[in-house]
Each structure stands twice: as C-alpha cells, then as structure tokens.
Design a protein around this ligand. Structure first.
Ligand SMILES: [Fe+2]
Length: 238
C-alpha cells in the first residue's frame, strides 16, 4: 500500500505529511545516504510508511528530532526499526519530555552520521531548534524557524517566511552556512523550496520585520486555523 501523504520526492529521499490533519501542513522527511542508511527526520508514522521506506531502499539507521516539540512518532519509529535516536540536548519545553536514551545533536559532528547539525535557536525550556545540512546532496532541513504555509506568510505572499513568533522575537540568522550552496530546502511545515534556496531564505529573513504589519492583518484568519487544529487533533503544535 502506498503512503497516501507523500508530498515530495527528491534524489535520495521523500517528504510526507501527517495523515490525521493537514491544517498545520506538518512534514516529515526520509533521507537515504550513500551507504544505504535511511534517516527519518521529525517523523510521523502513517499508513504505508514501511512500504515507502522499503521502496527507497536501505535500512533505517537513525531517527532525528530537530526541534524539541517535534518528537512526533520518533521514539516509536526508532524502536520499530532498531535505529538510533538523535535529539537536541538541553531542557525541553514543558510538556515535551526529552527521550532519556536519545543521543545529543552536536555541532562538532556525530559518529557514523553523514549530516552536519547547527543550533538555530537555543532558548532552554522554550525552543531548542537545530538545522540539518546534508553535504552529499546539498540539502538543508529547517524544522520550524522558516516555512511555507499560509499561516507563516504575510499578505505579500512571500515564497518562504519566518515563523510568526520569530517575526516579533527576532528572525534567525546563519541558516545557510558560509561556503555552502543548498539546492533543496526541506521544512517541517509546508512544501520544499528548490529554486534559489539561499536567496529565498535571505529574502524571508530580510522581510520578516518589514512584513510584520501585513502579517498581523492576516493573523485573525491564521488564529482560526490554529484553534481548529487544536480541536481536531488535540494539539496546536506539531
Ligand atoms: Fe512545528
């Protein structure tokens, strides 16, 4: 059975949406490395996931959580596949306990892991977010700080936008590491960006504050979406 919610296929992997609610446009990703190891990023379980991963080839060797409130189905999937579990170090947001047995993401590199991790937001007890850089494929993954859903964007219809909270609290910087040229940006909410990734990120960061008034005009409509998501799936944050 095919996974009904695959949203994007790319060289070396695919992205999929949460099956029970499309309101927040949550996305998970599977990345297959050169050695045949498959890594799941902020994964939701879903009908047909096993079959999709089998079709991708290789074995699931790791489950990676990039944001402290994106645990999703990571623990259960790591157990099911006998895979290592990697997650942000530090004190997680209240109500989002950190798995005891998770390895800590580290900027210095992780043994037998083909990715580089960079802390984006480090607010203990509030927001711990890391990005993933996959040099082999020039893929950048950002789980929350930027995204493409309507509820991230102002009325100017930015192609990519900074998270609503970060528009006010302060947009992130350094998403694109010096000397890297991402060809694909995968986000935890919304669709991927494939054209001019660095320029699109730079535009989103640069416009975050300038577009704030336009965003606030649309905020009541976005609030309705969050309420509906909270009622429908039991939690507004995913
Ligand atoms: Fe999220």
């Amino acid at each position: 059975m095919a996974l009904a919610n695959v949203t994007h296929r790319f060289d070396g992997g695919f992205s999929w949406a949460r099956s029970s609610s499309g309101l927040l446009e949550c996305r998970s990703h599977a990345l297959r490395d050169a050695d045949g190891g498959v890594w799941l990023v902020d994964p939701f379980d879903g009908t047909g996931l096993d079959e999709e991963l089998e079709a991708l080839g290789g074995d699931v060797v790791g489950v990676i959580v990039l944001l402290d409130r994106h645990i999703r189905d990571s623990v259960a999937l790591a157990r099911r596949y006998g895979a290592r579990l990697l997650a942000p170090p530090g004190r997680w947001r209240r109500g989002h306990p950190r798995p005891q047995d998770a390895e800590a993401l580290r900027a210095e590199g992780i043994d037998a892991c083909p990715f580089t991790f960079t802390p984006i937001i480090q607010r203990e007890g509030q927001w711990l977010e890391w990005s993933l850089w996959w040099p082999e494929r020039a893929v950048l993954v950002v789980p929350e700080a930027v995204g493409t859903p309507d509820y991230y964007r102002s009325r100017a219809r930015e192609p990519l936008a900074v998270h609503p909270v970060l528009r006010v609290a302060g947009p992130p910087h350094g998403l694109v590491a010096p000397g890297t040229e991402p060809q694909l940006l995968l986000v935890g909410h919304g669709d991927a960006v494939e054209a001019d990734v660095a320029g699109t990120i730079e535009l989103a960061i640069g416009e975050a504050r300038r577009e704030l008034p336009s965003f606030l005009l649309a905020a009541p409509r976005h609030a309705v979406r969050f309420v509906r998501a909270a009622v429908g799936v039991g939690r507004a944050s995913c």
